[in-house]
Every structure is written in C-alpha cells, then in structure tokens.
Design a protein around this ligand. Structure first.
Ligand SMILES: [Zn+2]
Length: 216
C-alpha cells in the first residue's frame, strides 16, 4: 500500500502538506492544503496506487480537490490524474510543451501553463519555472518567499538529476535547467521521486548542476 507522510513533522513550513509515496514505478504525490487541495503529480494510477483512499485518509474528499499540477506528463506522474477525474473536477495544470499525448486527454480540465505563470494554492502561490531536459515541457513549482521548490524529475536529493533519454529529453537542456534552478534560493525541495530535502536544498541542486555539466 502507498504510505502517507505528514510533512509538518519534518518542517514547520509544511503544515498541511502531505506526501504519498507510491508502490513500484510511481512518482511522489504531494498534497497541498485541505479544503481547497492542490495535488502535485499523481502517480501511475494503477491498481497498486488507487490514490483516493490516501486522499480520503487526509480528509481530502472529491469536492475538495481543486487543482492538479503535473511536473511533466510521463506515465508515472500523470496517469493518476485520470483516477482523480473519476470523482473530482480539478483544473489540471501542465506545461504547454507536455500536452501532446497523455495530457491531451484531460479535456476541459486541462490548463496549459508556461514560465512565470502563477498557480494559487491554499498555502502559497507557486510560480512555474520551465525546466526542460527530462521532457520538453518539464517544470518546477517555486515559492520565493518560503524558498520551497517542487522539482519534479529535474533535480533530486544528493545531486541526482533527471535522465534525458525520453523522446523530448536533452542533456544540454537539463544542464541549463539545473543552472537556472541553482540560481534560486531553495531551502526545501520536494522531488518527483525519492526523499524530499528539508534544509539547504540549494546545495543539492548546485551539486546536480555540477555533476550534469561534467557529462556534457
Ligand atoms: Zn519522468
């Protein structure tokens, strides 16, 4: 079964932020807020990752899911959105350049976003930072005041970074995206896979940038 973490136990700024860690090949799912919840990435949406039992355990009933943000439109992040759509009617935010395949099936729920767009949540607004490289329309979500970054599959803990093997992937692009992220002030980073970083996350990003640069 997927496991749920109340992230306030790890950082006081993360009150009403939860992490659902899925089973198998499945992205992290972050739930921001309670009454007007925004879900960042949705997991693979298979039998082992039903998502609704976990959302309901958090008190997030279908009427409370107001938004879904996909860091990019790979299966392991995006297919869970179809399960969410079975019961709820959220806006689904995807970068314009990642809307050709899976996301084109979200119909009227799809909202295309680009660099600099701001998505409101119950807790803080999140700015879209376009970070191509893992996919062409990969994006991170950033709050400057709290120094919080949802880093999708662009940057992970301990200087790891996303692969660039998919059809729209590019090493050159991911290096440039990591450079861009390394210029942001980031304390807390919540990546698409693996453990979040609750302190000095900028150092993890700088390490990723330096490691990726050495590959070029
Ligand atoms: Zn991916």
């Amino acid at each position: 079964m997927p496991r749920i973490f109340d992230l306030e136990e790890y950082h006081e700024k993360l009150k009403n932020v939860s992490l659902i860690v899925g089973e198998g090949l499945c992205s992290n799912v972050y739930v921001i807020g309670k009454d007007e919840a925004v879900v960042v990435d949705t997991g693979v949406g298979n039998y082992a990752n039903p998502i609704w039992p976990q959302l309901e355990e958090l008190g997030v009933t279908p009427d409370k899911v107001k938004g879904v943000i996909l860091s990019h439109a790979h299966h392991d992040h995006a297919m869970g959105a179809f399960i969410i759509l079975q019961k709820a009617d959220p806006k689904i935010f995807v970068h314009t350049l990642d809307t050709m395949y899976i996301a084109s099936r979200f119909g009227p729920n799809l909202v295309k976003v680009e660099e600099g767009d701001v998505i409101e949540t119950e807790l803080w607004p999140l700015e879209v930072i376009w970070t191509p490289g893992h996919t062409e329309g990969g994006m991170c979500l950033y709050n400057r005041d709290e120094k919080i970054l949802f880093s999708g599959d662009t940057a992970f803990a301990d200087g790891r970074y996303g692969n660039y093997y998919s059809e729209s992937g590019s090493l050159t692009a991911i290096i440039e995206s990591l450079r861009k992220l390394s210029e942001l002030e980031v304390d807390i980073m919540m990546p698409g896979h693996g453990s979040p970083v609750f302190k000095d996350a900028g150092e993890h990003i700088k390490l990723a940038y330096s490691k990726a640069s050495q590959r070029a």
